[in-house]
Design a protein around this ligand. Structure first.
Ligand code: HEC
Ligand code: HEC
Length: 266
């Protein structure tokens, strides 16, 4: 299905998008300035005529990360009805799959077993191999309450495919107890970074800075602090921007790129 793109902001800003791309919106942690050119709109929010499984799974992974940025919708203003009252988060972020189930897909048994993202909710790791229609149905049910206006049926099918077939075993790449990287091949990672990532992030990963309050957040900063999150970004792309992803080359390539990224300036 081709859905009319909802956000005109992107089109109006097309001319100055390139200049703005590096500016972070300081107020909303993960809501940066997502202005981008009209040419990029199709790659970011559209879908190919003959989608491969690789494309579908990475698209589903971006919905898992942040569905309204991935799908060009308005973020909900409420707190998700299943978000526990004792949890430290509130508002739209509680509607992100990752907020309850984690970047490592293990929920309360993984990195979110403590800290400001703790919810006590289990992960989705147990749903690997589950029936995709059943997953989609679950997400429309009372525990989840995702309406068709939020995520339509075709998009939900991508998300369900990701849950069933697109998860990786994060414990191979990141120590889930200490949140430290398990190092991959730094030479291969450097080669990937210099020839792929550097096109946008620069050779030292500092071309974009999405930090706020005078604190920098470069690729290097984030890869060292939150390698599980960055592994997801490299496997699926960052929702709402024209970032590439490495899913077609497999998780080992992504892991090498992650490892080298964590050695870059912070
Ligand atoms: C506000 C918290 C919250 C959010 C956000 C959330 N879920 Fe859940 N999810 C739950 C709860 C609660 C359960 C039930 C856990 C249980 O049975 O112990 C659950 C269960 C699941 C299960 C079943 C896991 C299993 O092994 O039985 C899947 C799959 C799932 N969620 C996927 C998603 C996806 C995909 C998204 C994003 C669209 C999402 N969830 C967003 C709270 C959430
Ligand atoms: C075609 C351009 C492009 C390429 C190539 C690219 N990225 Fe990005 N990436 C972006 C943009 C744009 C953002 C969003 C920046 C912002 O939010 O200010 C981003 C964001 C990120 C983020 C931060 C996500 C967050 O949580 O805010 C990480 C980490 C990242 N990229 C890593 C990589 C790595 C590693 C590679 C190579 C495998 C790569 N990127 C390749 C464009 C690109």
């Amino acid at each position: 299905m081709k859905r009319a793109f909802q956000s005109v902001k992107y089109l109006c800003l097309a001319g100055i998008a390139a200049g703005l791309a590096g500016q972070a919106n300081a107020e909303h942690g993960d809501l940066h300035d997502y202005a981008h050119s009209e040419e990029a709109q199709e790659y970011i929010h559209g879908d190919p005529e003959q989608p491969t499984d690789t494309w579908t799974l990475s698209a589903g992974g971006r919905i898992y990360d942040n569905w309204w940025n991935a799908l060009d919708r308005e973020p909900p203003e409420t707190t998700h009805p299943s978000y526990p009252a004792a949890g430290a988060q509130s508002g739209s972020t509680t509607w992100r799959c990752k907020e309850c189930h984690g970047w490592d897909y293990r929920g309360a048994e993984g990195i979110y077993s403590s800290g400001s993202h703790y919810t006590g909710i289990k992960g989705i790791y147990g749903a690997i191999g589950a029936n995709e229609s059943a997953i989609a149905e679950l997400l429309r049910g009372p525990d989840h309450a995702y309406t068709e206006d939020m995520i339509d049926d075709e998009e939900m099918a991508r998300l369900a495919a990701f849950v069933s077939r697109g998860q990786i075993d994060m414990s191979r790449y990141v120590n889930l107890e200490t949140r430290e990287i398990r190092w991959g091949d730094l030479n291969r990672g450097r080669a990937i970074f210099q020839s792929v990532c550097a096109a946008c992030h620069g050779f030292d990963g500092r071309a974009y800075d999405w930090g706020d309050d005078g604190e920098h957040a470069y690729v290097g900063t984030e890869a060292a602090a939150a390698p599980d999150e960055v592994m997801g970004k490299i496997m699926n792309g960052h929702p709402g921007v024209a970032m590439i992803n490495l899913r077609a080359f497999g998780p080992e390539a992504a892991h090498d790129a992650l490892s080298y990224s964590a050695t870059l300036p912070q």
